[in-house]
Design a protein around this ligand. Structure first.
Ligand code: HEC
Ligand code: HEC
Ligand code: HEC
Ligand code: HEC
Ligand code: HEC
Ligand code: HEC
Ligand code: HEC
Length: 361
């Protein structure tokens, strides 16, 4: 029972804060090289020389953005037609064309839109969007009202969108984002994002966070058989490395200092923010890759165990004590627990600390 109250408070708080901070991060995020058009190699060329490519295709990074024409995705969004909540909402999906179309009907009136992309690998959730031009031809983005969640294997309202249909909705179908925001959505879920006169070149997007999103454009590297090596990770300091992951996963500097406390659920959603508050991080050389190999799937890294902790807390160093409560196993369940958000999504609390039984502030 002890943990029920904080959990409840957290979910109640989650709604508004999550949305607000998503907007804040989006407002402050600068896009790096991904709009540069030269210097890119074919992503498929890496596999000729690098074993990292073998397992990579199944990772969340690789699958986080896909065209909505994908057969598996079509079948999934079609199942929305049998969801009671969406039926009450007078929402219909048709998958006859290349991309799914969604329609909202009210009396004689019908609004519809084509959804051409799907965000999210499905490890947590999938949100469909439709790109459409504004009056100047710039790409806007319709974020669909219904999102599929793995934890419930079903649809609920998209995170950040109001549960009741109101005037904020675009033709009752979802929320419309202007071009800068549309670009930022794609910016964190794609590798290469060509933009011409405000128009995202949808046909040329390199979707997903793939090799060159982290390793930089590599045309010269491929042409020289690997001799030219730019954008090397090994040349970066620890804090620069973490900042590269935090470009998308969010950095504490994007947060206001008074928002960084354990009662704020954003700290759980944005892993670098929490991790960087912990003693483990501050008093060691820990990076994100101490526990994550970005080239492997999460499942293959056996994340449920204790290896993450005993690589340092091995009982051999005085400054890194083993568990003060005498535990020998399941370190993560107490020190890196999973926390529920307002929608059926759970994230792992990266603020490693002595667990507190006190209610959250
Ligand atoms: C023709 C073979 C070849 C191809 C194709 C190739 N590489 Fe390499 N790569 C190499 C060699 C050789 C090294 C050096 C290995 C070493 O020093 O241990 C290397 C090293 C690297 C490294 C580690 C050092 C560094 O520069 O950071 C990365 C990262 C890398 N390659 C990424 C890529 C990516 C991404 C692609 C696809 C766009 C790619 N490589 C395609 C041959 C290749
Ligand atoms: C370009 C933006 C971007 C960068 C840079 C980035 N990530 Fe991610 N990361 C994402 C997105 C988007 C997802 C969500 C994938 C999904 O849809 O499930 C994700 C998911 C993950 C996951 C869960 C993986 C899974 O298969 O479910 C881990 C772990 C992770 N990132 C770690 C890292 C680390 C470590 C770095 C730095 C080395 C990093 N990320 C850099 C955008 C990024
Ligand atoms: C600052 C970078 C950034 C921006 C901008 C961004 N995302 Fe993400 N998104 C991420 C990261 C990082 C994750 C992975 C979260 C995790 O698993 O910890 C993610 C995850 C997701 C997921 C999977 C569900 C989940 O929570 O894991 C969906 C769906 C998604 N984003 C859609 C969008 C849409 C739609 C937009 C634009 C309205 C957007 N994102 C803007 C970085 C970003
Ligand atoms: C989410 C970011 C990310 C993505 C995507 C990514 N890498 Fe890496 N890669 C890293 C990081 C971080 C390191 C350094 C690892 C370390 O310091 O332990 C690295 C290291 C490497 C190395 C050097 C390995 C070594 O042991 O020296 C190669 C080669 C490489 N990556 C190739 C690739 C290829 C090929 C792909 C695509 C199939 C890819 N990477 C995708 C982040 C990424
Ligand atoms: C001390 C180990 C450790 C470090 C360091 C670490 N993580 Fe994690 N991370 C985990 C564990 C454990 C999970 C849960 C794995 C699972 O569910 O299978 C996780 C899960 C994730 C996920 C999936 C979504 C979630 O919250 O469950 C993302 C994204 C992620 N980490 C990003 C990062 C980033 C970015 C960094 C660097 C700032 C980082 N992690 C550093 C241990 C770590
Ligand atoms: C890269 C090394 C490293 C890793 C990995 C690591 N820690 Fe730590 N941890 C430290 C150091 C160093 C300290 C500070 C020790 C001290 O204060 O004497 C610390 C402190 C702690 C503390 C005390 C925090 C406080 O606020 O007093 C806890 C609890 C803890 N670690 C648990 C864990 C758990 C659980 C894991 C695995 C999820 C883990 N650590 C992984 C290095 C690490
Ligand atoms: C059942 C919950 C639970 C589990 C499982 C657990 N711990 Fe702890 N841990 C605690 C509590 C509670 C404390 C604070 C004890 C105290 O009052 O000193 C603690 C304290 C610690 C500390 C700080 C010790 C100090 O003296 O500063 C470290 C380090 C630590 N744990 C590591 C681990 C590791 C490594 C594992 C897995 C092998 C683990 N814990 C498993 C509950 C747990």
């Amino acid at each position: 029972m002890k943990f029920v109250i904080p959990g409840l408070l957290l979910s109640l708080l989650a709604w508004s804060i999550w949305r607000e901070s998503q907007d804040r991060a989006i407002a402050s995020g600068d896009l790096p090289e991904l709009e540069v058009t030269r210097g890119w190699a074919l992503e498929t060329s890496c596999q000729e020389c690098h074993s990292q490519s073998q397992s990579f295709a199944e990772t969340g990074h690789a699958l986080t953005l896909r065209p909505a024409s994908d057969p598996v995705l079509r079948q999934l969004i079609q199942s929305l037609n049998t969801t009671p909540a969406a039926q009450r909402d007078s929402m219909q999906v048709s998958t006859e064309g290349r991309f799914p179309r969604v329609q909202h009907r009210e009396g004689q009136h019908a609004n519809d839109a084509e959804l051409d992309w799907c965000f999210g690998s499905g490890r947590h959730a999938r949100t469909w969007v439709g790109t459409l031009p504004d009056s100047d031809g710039a790409t806007n983005l319709l974020e669909f009202r219904w999102t599929w969640y793995r934890d419930v294997d079903g649809f609920q309202v998209t995170p950040g969108q109001p549960t009741e249909l109101d005037s904020g909705y675009y033709s009752h179908l979802g929320v419309l984002f202007d071009q800068p925001k549309a670009r930022r959505c794609f910016g964190c879920h794609a590798t290469h994002l060509p933009v011409d006169a405000g128009q995202i070149q949808v046909a040329k997007i390199q979707a997903g966070v793939t090799c060159q999103r982290c390793h930089g454009p590599r045309e010269a590297h491929v042409q020289t058989g690997g001799s030219i090596q730019e954008h090397r990770w090994s040349g970066l300091s620890r804090d620069e490395q973490v900042a590269r992951c935090a470009e998308c996963h969010r950095h504490p500097e994007e947060q206001t200092p008074d928002s960084i406390h354990i009662g704020n659920p954003d700290i759980v959603r944005f892993q670098p923010v929490g991790l960087m508050q912990s003693e483990c991080f501050q008093r060691s050389k820990m990076t994100c890759t101490s526990c994550h190999d970005p080239h492997q799937t999460m499942e293959s890294q056996n994340s449920g165990g204790i290896w993450q902790c005993i690589q340092c807390h091995d009982g051999k160093q005085d400054d890194r004590p083993v568990c003060g409560s005498g535990q020998l196993d399941n370190c993560l369940s107490c020190h890196m627990p999973k926390v529920s958000m307002d929608r059926p999504v759970r994230f792992t609390d990266h603020w490693i600390r002595i667990p507190s039984e006190k209610p959250l502030p």
